[in-house]
Design a protein around this ligand. Sequence first.
Ligand code: AMP
Ligand code: ZN
Length: 474
Amino acid sequence: MGIQIYNSLSRQLEDFVPLNPEQVSIYSCGPTVYDYIHMGNARTALVTDIIRRYLEYRGHTVKLVQNLTDIDDKIINRAAELGITAKQLAYENGEAFFEDSQRLGIHPADVHPKATDHIPEMISLIQTLLEKKAAYIIDGSVYYRVNRFAAYGKLSNRKPEDLLAGARVEIDERKEDPRDFDLWKAAKPGEPSWQSPWGEGRPGWHIECSAMAMKHLGTTLDIHVGGEDLRFPHHENEIAQSEMATGCTFARYWVHIAFLNIDGRRMGKSEQNFILLRDALDNYPTEVIRHFLISAHYRHPLDYNRESLMKSDGAFRRLSNCLDTLKKYDGQEEGDTATSPLQHAIQEMRSQFTAAMDTDFNTAQALGAIFTLVSKVNRSLSAPNETPPLVLAQAYRALTETCQVLGIYDTEARNSDGDNVEQRDHLINFLLEIRQDARSRKDWDTSDKIRDRLKQLNIEIQDTREGATWKIVS
Ligand code: AMP
Ligand code: ZN
């Protein structure tokens, strides 16, 4: 069996067959860079990263494009509040996004296009739509004529009357049909704008993604990824624009990622209930956050709470203790394996991992397979000489290879300085203990001295209600 993907368009599991076997193309709707990203955005970015890593694990070459929306109302309004330009705000948050993604171990996309670098492509796409009478101009703004695209609603599976109800929220008397949406917004005083055949203005949000996706991946791409909030209207509109303009299928598989919730509500900027990814990364190791974010299948909602993170923390410790112990067997070439039950368990884990990930990237089940083997390895290790070293070496390889796909155990970092890192962590924790003792004696001099000396070594201590934590700062 090969990979199957749940396609939001057909609402069923489909065999994954890339259009071009040489290269799978993926487009993922990236962040609107008006602020730092939160854990909800991180879930979507991480799932994209894992889809890419798994396709590569299965032998595919992947081209991933993830855009940055660097011009829109939220950016313009936030920049005005802060008294800086929209360009400056978008630049700073774009850099912060790359920094946060890197800290979460997300491999950079092959291309990270910015909307403002693709204005000519957007203008040309709008021009094609105007030529096809699928768009019209009113007072320097251009609107998409939904009526011209018979398949409108096929992704969100909405009936015309539902589409109307949704669209009426933003009634604009000038539009021919309430469902029509803007491709180009005529300039308003003080807002950033670009020249176009219809006058000064800026692109609408939906056309940005169509133009960037098709510029970098061609008229038809394999997989289009985004959070489930984007299914309608954003992705419905991307399809309408792109397919009307080219006459080709725009994206063959649509993947929508369920929300990360907090207290049962979607985590979001507008909800004021968000946890920034960078704050979470200050409090938990990268692997713990990754483990937590993939502990549910991506089509199921996931609730952010301390308990779940603590569970992931425990799981990560179990895993890293097991692998740190197994590491010494790595490279073992000789020995008898025939009698070891662990060898069977290794094969079982590999095939369960693949079956889980093949079935619409089911990371929750894949983790289950990995941790079942961890328990079995731990049992073998507690019975000395029972398991041949060669089998333990095989267990190490099977676990590190699969964990690498999920990014929950960074073998390279651990191999290059694994022992040193562990020793360093123990030493810092020991110093924090001494500092805590000093503080309970009200010996502030010693406490401050430890903090200041560590600071000189780029190790920053933070005192929290749950005790002191530390992080390496660059
Ligand atoms: P935004 O910056 O709001 O445009 O969002 C960037 C990406 O994160 C989009 O693909 C959104 O669908 C996704 N996203 C936003 N909030 C959440 C959430 N609570 N859970 C999962 N994905 C989200
Ligand atoms: Zn998009």
